[in-house]
Design a protein. Structure first.
Length: 180
């Protein structure tokens, strides 16, 4: 038994002292960087995201060129929806509905945002930041605001996006408002 143990230790030691095996077949050369496009080749412009999320000064979801702005303040449990430029037709603007995907929610005008006479043409709408609205925002790819008045229906919407901005906005809004 002692002899078998010594023999095993000797074989292990000899195996550890063997030189490394020769390298396998040569590895391919590293890939070369892509050639720059020729000056005559057209360069496609990078597509700008139609909706973007920012945190300064509050959590904001902004439509690229459509003027829609959705905000969610910490611990206020309110979403604010505003837009620029103002409506094309005369008001009243208090009969409005916002659509997040296939879900629709009535909105109210935030009276405290009406400071100047012209503010009646660019109301700020509010709706609760609750489980229903925040979930609808998370699952949406666009916002559509529809207002009915004596002149008919007016609509404002952004371009649908799949860049994750709505999910990020909705998730963050839920977290900063204590929604689970």
């Amino acid at each position: 038994m002692k002899t078998g143990f010594v023999a095993t230790c000797l074989l292990v030691c000899l195996g550890a002292c063997q030189p490394a095996s020769p390298p396998a077949a040569e590895s391919p050369p590293p890939p070369q960087p892509a050639a720059a496009p020729s000056p005559s080749a057209p360069i496609a412009p990078a597509a700008a995201a139609s909706w973007e999320v920012s945190l300064d000064p509050v959590l904001t979801l902004t439509s690229g060129g459509d003027g829609l702005i959705l905000t969610c303040e910490e611990a206020k449990k309110i979403l604010r929806l505003s837009f620029e430029p103002a409506w094309e037709k005369e008001g009243p603007f208090d009969n409005a509905v916002v659509h997040f995907g296939d879900k629709a929610f009535p909105v109210k005008i935030e009276a405290s945002a009406q400071k100047e006479k012209l503010d009646r043409y660019r109301p700020v709408y509010i709706l609760p930041a609750d489980a229903d609205t925040v979930t609808a925002v998370m699952l949406a790819t666009n916002v559509r605001l529809v207002m009915n008045n004596q002149d008919g229906e007016q609509e404002r919407s952004g371009e649908p996006t799949d860049n994750g901005a709505f999910d990020t906005f909705g998730t963050t809004c839920a977290q900063i408002n204590g929604l689970h």
